[in-house]
Ligand binder design. Sequence first.
Ligand code: ATP
Ligand code: MG
Length: 426
Amino acid sequence: MFWSKIFLPTLKDNPQDAEVISHQLMLRSGMIRRVTSGIYIWLPLGLRVLRKVENIVREEMNNSGAQEVLMPMVQPKELWDETQRWEKMGPELLRIQDRHDRDFCLGPTHEEVITDLIRNNIKSYKELPLNIYQIQTKFRDEVRPRYGVMRGREFLMKDSYSFNLDEGSLNETYNLMKETYKKILERLGLKFKIVKADSGAIGGDASEEFHVLAENGEDTIAVSDASDFAINTELLLKDGDDLKSLEGKPSPDGEGIIEIKKGIEVGHIFQLGKVYTDAMGADVLDQEGKATNLFMGCYGIGVSRLVAAAIEQNYDEKGIIWPEAMTPYEVNIVAIGFDKDEKIAKAATDLYNKLSSMKYEVMLDDRKDGYGTKMKDAELIGIPINIIIGKQYLQNSEIELKHRDGQSSIGNVEDIITIFEHYKGS
Ligand code: ATP
Ligand code: MG
């Protein structure tokens, strides 16, 4: 993509209403724009990143054997009455009416819709276990939407729901989802902790959250300094205790001592048991031909929140530093004097075509601006590699390869192409 063609409105200064780094950088780098409180437009650059996250999530869910569907965002009140959540949910559930005054809500989650689907279509234990997922827009009328897409009202989630004949099978799917979430976060290149969580009002049994560690995290977690153990501090504090009472205490798993960290919850896996299938009468015939209620699990990942969380973990004073798997483009060719010098324009365009044909995702900065402006923008949007074609090229055919972390090397066009052949090879 040529910079002169892409819709990429970058900002020099920090927008006043953005409190956290990821929100500031997503606005400044032209990834998102606010429509109203907690509701955002994803611009071309931001959408590329969102789609990369979405695709990794999709690939790993498919690898796990889960099957993708797409459920509606608008859901009828009747289904929510069956689980009594129409009443219980409170103002976070956005309720609407159609032209016949019938009640609906915008889906904040899909347990009711999926359980309805399963009870109408699955009759025998032979069709189990099933794990169904979607990647879909959710709406939650959050009390305090903030930090941009980190806590939006409208946001993109991968939610999946498993249906199992017995507890053993539910455990298996739960553990498979846990492994799948680990793979997703590892592929995204993020540092994370798996945190024991409160199963909360929904009831149910096992529940763990996946937290990306970052200073601006909304959650406070206690981690062992000697093992993988991590737990939401809510579960450790007794009435009247404060966090300080934890800072040096031995870790509950018996290894090491507790350290307090900040985390951003990006995923949540949950054994629901029979809460929903009981309420909605979702059963199948078991091996003996007896009707039995299904066990259920639910598993969520905040796809849009992950983009913000990745930035909270990867930035410097110049801008974003994308992990390889999430970067909107892999290479940026900074052509100084593209509009004035045919030799520069030809070299830059040839290299752009060559790298594109090698399946790299390439940007070419063909704008009229000088080196300073172009590099500032490049570092702001966080492309891992910049290739600079300017004066040095005209003088002695040399171009510079500059990594986002500051490392740089000089070579001619052939050298640079050889380097990129190696990258794709490795
Ligand atoms: P939180 O405690 O942050 O409100 P939650 O417990 O309500 O999250 P879940 O119902 O477990 O969230 O939803 C699954 C995932 O969806 C969360 O782990 C999170 O990554 C994401 N998510 C939840 N609420 C929001 C939101 N308002 N904006 C963006 N992502 C969200
Ligand atoms: Mg949660």
